[in-house]
Structure formats: C-alpha cells, structure tokens
Write a protein that binds this ligand. Sequence first.
Ligand SMILES: [Zn+2]
Length: 541
Amino acid sequence: MEYADLVLAGGRIFCGLNEGFVEALAIADGKVLATGTTAEIEALTGEKTRRVDLGGRVAVPGLNDAHMHLLMLGIGMNEINLRPESGVRSLEEIFKRIAQEVAVKPAGEWIRGGGYDHFELSEQRHPTIEELDTIAPDHPVYITRTCGHVGIANSAAMRLANITHDTPSPSGGLIEKRNGKLSGLLAESGMRVVTDKIPPLSRDELKAAITRAAGFMLSQGFTSVMDAAVGMGYGMEELHAYEELASAGELPIRTWVCIYGNHDGIGDQAHAQGFRAKRQTGNLRYGAMKVFSDGSAGGLTAAMSEPYVAGDPNNFGIFCYSDAEMHKSLKHYHELGYQLAIHAIGDAAIEQVLSGIENADSAEHPIKTRRHRIEHCGFLSDGQIERMAKAGIDPVPQPMFIYEFGDLYVANLGEKRAHASYPMRKWVDAGLHPAASSDAPVTSTNPFQNIYTLVTRKTKVGSVIGGDQCLTREEAIHAYTHFGAYTQFAENETGRLVAGMAADIAVLSKDIFTCDVEEIRSDVVCDMTVLDGKVVFERQV
Ligand SMILES: [Zn+2]
C-alpha cells in the first residue's frame, strides 16, 4: 500500500464546487492520494508522512490567475513602488523613496518607479522636473503614473534622450512645456522618446524578474498563472527566458504562455521557431495567442456600439484593427492551432472578435473545441453571450476592475452599461467558464480582494455595481481555480482536489466560506502553498 508523503487535517478542505468539503487530504508523489474523513486519511499515514494541522483553517485548490503579466509584474517589483496602497499619499513620500535609491545606486544608473496617482496625493499634482533634479542631479530618473500613459523624467533623463526646451511633441504624444520650459511630464508617444534610451534588461534579468514575480504569486496561494502577452516588451527574448527557466526546472509556478501576436508582435516568429500550441517544457505550457482589439473603458478607448457619456459626445472608443484585418489575423492564428486570447472590452470590439472567430470556423478547423477566449470581455449583450456559449468561447474577466474602476464606468458609460458590465452570474448560468484573473500589474494580484468583489460587486468606495451578478463564495473559488484550469486545458490535472490530480493547495488564514464578508478583503491571507505536493510557501508568523 502507498503511504502519504503529506497529510492535511484538522480543518476544512474545499475540493471543488461539485466535490464539496472534506476533513482531510493525503498527498503522495505530488498528487492527491485521497480525500476523506480524518480516520480514512489517518490510515494512509506512515513513518515518513509529514502532517500539516490546519488548526480549524480552510484549504482550497491552488489558485489560478488566468490573465496577468508575470514578467512585467516582476520587472515592476524591481522598480520603486509608488502606488497609493503602498503608502504614497504625498509628493514628499515619492521624493523620499527616490532619494533612498539615489543613495545606493552609482551615479548615471537609471532609477525607475511607477504606480503613483496624483489624485491620491495631498498636493493633487504631478512631481516636476525641478523637484526630481534636486533629489537626483546625477541619476536619470523616470517614473510612471499608475495608468502607464503618463511619465515624469528629470533633466538627466531628458539629456540622455536629447530632449531640450525646444523639442516638439511627437505625433500621438506630449512633451509638456510650461512657460517654454520642460515640466518633466511626458505622455503616450512622448514617453517613448525617453524609455527608448533605457538599456534593455538582459536575459538573466528577465529570468530573475519571472522568478521574483512567481515567488510573490506563490505567497498569495497561486499555483498557476497565464502570462497574457509574452514578447510585448522584449520580443523573443521573453520566450527564451521562460524556456531556459522551465527547462532547468526553475520556473516556480505553472505558467500558460500567451504569445503577443499583434502585427508588431512575435506571433509568426514564435511559430516558426517551434513555440506552438501544446508545446510543454516542465511547468511551462504553450497554447494561446494574444491580439488586442480595443482599449479600456476607464480610458474611454474601449470600442462601444453607443457613444460614451463622458467627454466627447461622439466618442465610440477605438479599434486597433479594421474588421478585415482582425478577421484575417484570427483565422490565421486559429489555423496555426493556437487558442485565441483576444483583448476586447467594448461591445463593438467584442462583436468584431466574435464574428471573426465564427468566421474562422471550418470543417477542417472547427472552433468549438478550441476554447478560444475573450480577455476582459467587459461590456456585452445577452445575444453575444449566447453566441459565445454556442462557439465554446470563454470570457476571462478581472473582478478587480469593478472594485477599482466601477465608479468610473458609471461616469463614463452611464448606470445601465456599468451595472451590466462583467456579468459573472449570466456567464456562469450560460455554461461558460469565466476564469477570474487580475491583469496585474494593472490591478493588484490580491486574490482575496478579487474574491470579495466577485461575491459583493462592491467598488472601492462601497457602491454596488450590478448586484444581481454576485457569485457565491464557492462559485468565486471555482472561478479562481477550475475555470482557470479549464481555459488552460488542464481541468483534469489542476483546479480541484480529487485523487489523481495535482496536489496544488492553498491554506488560508481564515475560513473564507464562513467569515464575515468584509473580512474576505481585510483579513484573509494565504498561510501555506503546496505545488506538486511540495510546500513552496509558508507564511512566517
Ligand atoms: Zn493584460
């Protein structure tokens, strides 16, 4: 008889939406050996079995962030964190954090930071070039606003980019001047004039960034992620960095690769070099191809069938490609065997993508079994949901968008469209697999904040957006585990705790199924993460 390597008991273990709860679980050879009563599992223990006492806590299947940017998150983690939630509420705090970097970095080295929001600062304004020069006269400094569309550079950075008071703004961008002098503020293509001068990261630095972000994800109970646009920043180098880590057995988390396939991306190059669907290297699996179809609803750029109610009354948002170009691209990648993972937020963009996928259907390449996905999929009609169900297309939403941007959606699109956005309940009832995700670093990776939003539909100021679309707590965990696995063709390996499936488990500090609902957001943290039967994270208390 086979003895367990590891046993979890003394609390409640949620094995899956249909499987429900058990008292104890045994692991052997990286897989779930059995689930059952304490007595049943106790019978499987031997001398070498390690026991984890849950002490009344709850364990769930390892979480799956089905759309985030692991590499970008890791790169950002090495930059100065200026996000409001990290305590940046004044310009003084921004300057203090930059000064700390100046003190330890040799002169001439770039200092990068990101995530500040001037609306959250007591001064209600951006830092200026003079202020940054005072703190960092000899280091090029470049920091970005939380949206990623605005950056501030100091004089040393401007000099490296050959920007003077006389440099005009490039088309599609801004190099801001006040009274004829540079203010430090750059926007859109104006940012690229500076960022082009920042030396690219080496492959080792890319690998370190992936490892850093993966460790952070493990500490929050994640055992699987999708990197949603590999190749967007550093081209093929990103694929090679992932591949090197995975082939050395050093990729810390299961990763579903989504290749960046826009026209300026690496789709065809990656295919030609053998990075094809169903390729697998250790923890790393390939399958998806990312194409963008529109912008964002917060930024008034998601393509809508009716105009926005804020700003220009004739603004319907933007399309990245014409219908013909998009349809051609989707058919092309579909026929190459990839799972399409198309960024579409507005209903007009979703229409373009849906008709494009339907168009790509053929006897030789049927769409039904391919599990194509629409990333974000924020604003859509009931008819479009029906078509998604018929074509086997799943949405991959970010509950945190409701928390962070829900009130902005009301302002930009009006009550009706905002409340109908990200309709989790309708998707679940239609038999779709809406895989919960964070889109980090766009929003926080915190899964408990996300689960809180799934069950309450509350924004950060407490308003409820689409209260009829709430999920139960069990369904929310299901969306964060099984649905993610399903979108990665892994539903028989991960996402539930069933004998024979991977022993990927998160032990939570509190019973997320019974605690006060507000405590999901404020109190629950991950205490322990198990991946392939090995304890890969333990919170120090
Ligand atoms: Zn994304």
